[in-house]
Design a protein around this ligand. Structure first.
Ligand code: FPP
Length: 229
């Protein structure tokens, strides 16, 4: 992931999709329904990607800390992932969306790993990247990258960056978190060094493509300095 070019237009946006549980609670519905509606919000966004001209959208779908949730909720999230890949893969291919997965996804259930490998292969030629963080933790990603850099004999900012899961993605321009919480929760820690941050009160299932469009328009209008003047 190289230096950000100040083109005014965001190339890479990442989202911490938070608030599915609260969305469901407000309606006295099971948390699983909140997550289902969360997937629908993901689908709406992916369908609206093309005209936004983003090169990459990275979504925090399952953190390495999410294993601490109840077994039922973890199962629900994994099943939603299975269903989402199965149902939406043809659309990704048709719409030139390239899937990428970051995090320790190879240690997920074997059927999910196989499904993801197939989806990665089938979408490899896509133009816009949808990066999904699965079993992802930022500190762990940095530690893994640093270990790889050390094994090659050079530990530097550049060599660590070159071994991050996101090494082939454009620099992160904007990080959005929904649901009013103001923290990073171990997401893209290294990549956020110069990213702009936007915290919105909207609960994830209520997040619409228009919200992202507005965030991109606001981003393009702001002057960015990268620590210089
Ligand atoms: C946060 O809501 C959301 C998650 C832990 C998972 C995000 C997952 C999805 C949107 C669905 C799966 C994604 C894909 C790409 C298929 P929360 O449960 O922490 O909400 P709360 O803080 O209100 O309880």
């Amino acid at each position: 992931m190289g230096d950000r070019l100040d083109t005014g237009r965001a190339r890479h946006v990442a989202i911490i999709m938070d608030g599915n549980g609260r969305w469901a609670k407000k309606r006295a519905l099971p948390r699983a329904i909140g997550h289902q509606r969360g997937v629908e919000a993901v689908r709406r966004l992916v369908r609206a990607l093309e005209p936004m001209e983003l090169e990459c959208l990275t979504l925090y779908a399952f953190s390495s800390e999410n294993w601490k949730r109840s077994e039922d909720e973890v199962d629900d999230l994994m099943n939603l992932m299975r269903k989402f890949i199965k149902s939406d893969l043809p659309e990704f291919i048709a719409n030139d969306v390239k899937l990428k997965i970051i995090g320790d996804w190879q240690s997920l259930a074997p059927d999910i790993v196989a499904m993801l490998e197939d989806a990665l292969a089938q979408t490899a030629k896509g133009k816009q990247t949808l990066a999904v963080a699965l079993n992802y933790g930022g500190q762990h990603e940095i530690a893994r990258a640093a270990a790889k850099a050390a094994a090659k004999g050079e530990v530097s900012v550049e060599s660590i960056a070159a071994h991050l899961d996101t090494a082939d993605l454009p620099p992160l321009d904007l990080l959005i978190r929904t649901s009013g919480e103001i923290r990073l929760s171990n997401f893209l820690l290294w990549q956020s060094a110069y990213a702009e941050m936007l915290f919105v009160d909207t609960l994830w299932p209520d997040f619409e493509p228009a919200h992202l469009k507005q965030a991109l328009d606001d981003f393009a209008r702001r002057e960015r300095r990268y620590g210089g003047r």
